[in-house]
Design a protein around this ligand. Sequence first.
Ligand SMILES: *[C@@H]1O[C@H](CO)[C@@H](O)[C@H](O)[C@H]1NC(C)=O
Ligand SMILES: *[C@@H]1O[C@H](CO)[C@@H](O)[C@H](O)[C@H]1NC(C)=O
Ligand SMILES: *[C@@H]1O[C@H](CO)[C@@H](O)[C@H](O)[C@H]1NC(C)=O
Ligand SMILES: *[C@@H]1O[C@H](CO)[C@@H](O)[C@H](O)[C@H]1NC(C)=O
Ligand SMILES: *[C@@H]1O[C@H](CO)[C@@H](O)[C@H](O)[C@H]1NC(C)=O
Length: 458
Amino acid sequence: MARTVFRLFTMSVAVLLLLGLRVAAEGRRNRCFFNRTQESCVCYNLSEETASSIIQCLPATVVEFWGGDLEKYTALPIRDLDDSVIDTLGSLIIQKIIIGNVLVPEMLLARVLKFFSYTHVQELAFESCIFQGTGDWRDMEGQDLPILSLSFHNVTSAPLTGSEPAFSSLGRWLGTLEELAVTGSRVTSLPCAIGRLLRALHSLNLAHNSLGDGSLAPAFCQGALPQLQQLSLHHNNLSSYHGVCEGVGLLPQLRHLDLSHNQLVADPSSSCQWPPSLLHFNLSNTGLDEVPALLPPHLEVLDMSHNHLHAVDVSLSSMKKLFLSQNLLQAVPSIRNYPMLDTLHLDNNFISELPRAEMKLLGQLQDVAVAGNPFSCSCSGAGGLQALAATGHLGQGWPGDYRCHSPEQYQGWQVAQVPMSVLRCDPATVVAPICVALALLAVAGAVWLARSRSCHRA
Ligand SMILES: *[C@@H]1O[C@H](CO)[C@@H](O)[C@H](O)[C@H]1NC(C)=O
Ligand SMILES: *[C@@H]1O[C@H](CO)[C@@H](O)[C@H](O)[C@H]1NC(C)=O
Ligand SMILES: *[C@@H]1O[C@H](CO)[C@@H](O)[C@H](O)[C@H]1NC(C)=O
Ligand SMILES: *[C@@H]1O[C@H](CO)[C@@H](O)[C@H](O)[C@H]1NC(C)=O
Ligand SMILES: *[C@@H]1O[C@H](CO)[C@@H](O)[C@H](O)[C@H]1NC(C)=O
């Protein structure tokens, strides 16, 4: 993976190099297309012929290169750039470069990467690239680069073997990198040494790889990624909730952790404590049938949608957003346990009624969603939902996705269409006054009768 990172760099440099080569290829087919509204430019089939056409990309802030094979340039002699080229690079407004579907010799990347220091490119992304061979990175020793965000998606490179020297040569720049993504690239490990070089990194995305429980602790070793705030591990090969907890225990600034789409098992006897900095936790689609007993203590956002939860009875006073859609819940969790809550999603569960006692609290949330549940359209059921909808805080799905499951007469009806007549729903409020009136009438009648009798007598 370390290698991948370095290889990736090289490629972008090659692009700039080609720009610098200014190979005259006038009259050839246009290969770059500038889109004024998007301020972006797309070039196809990267080669020296691209160089003549790349002029069109000068006003772009985003430049994409798709397709091409740079193998034949590996042995190209690369001189230091002359001043006019350096001036040109310095005047470019390009901020982001995307390189896709390109075969990149690492040797070439290693030689051209340093030229990025003359540009203002802050983001570099490689998609579906193949990195070839090994580069000699010594030229990068002590070199600063303006690139703050680096990403690799679906890239292939040789397995990691003894690439620590390469890492340390890039150390100066890696120490300033803020965002790194290596996704969909069959990554199984991240060396501790690279984590220690990434001193300023605040976001790391390793989604869609093959990381297992055992690969986390070595990657997030003591001193690695000291500024990391966001870690995304969705779609990997993680299986132990406890193991992940142990694995990220040394990340002191971690705020946001995404473990969705892993098949996790939570061991109830575990006593592992999550970093107290953790505020946002995504456990969506992780196969859990219970809310794990040990959650990060100051959690504000918890996504446990798409699991097999039957009940939720945790209380976390800091909780602001709770996502519990697509579970097996039969009741609304007691929201008194969450005084800060503003969002509650409970779509597609087995909830038949919203508790009357909590209705007022639910109405105070900013965003409530309960669509796709088998509602009982009794007076309290349908009436409660209609009242909640009237607050305007019911999320999308109302009224179409809120349907009655019972009683039989309303089965399949939209909850919104169930008539709420006073007589049907709250007979007591209608009947009681009638009874009182009747009683009064009877009394009045009796008095009148008594009086008229006494009159007779008199
Ligand atoms: C520029 O990009 C926009 C949005 O992708 C697209 O609608 C438009 O057709 C493009 N213009 C040209 C000239 O390609
Ligand atoms: C890129 O190369 C492919 C084949 O190598 C060709 O079919 C395609 O037309 C080329 N695209 C451009 C824009 O030159
Ligand atoms: C991944 O990259 C390879 C080239 O390395 C490409 O052939 C393949 O289509 C890409 N897959 C996806 C899903 O983009
Ligand atoms: C996932 O992990 C298991 C062991 O937990 C291992 O047997 C399997 O090969 C791993 N799968 C991948 C794709 O790495
Ligand atoms: C959690 O992850 C899922 C799937 O990866 C995503 O769709 C969802 O938006 C995430 N939830 C939050 C609250 O970010």
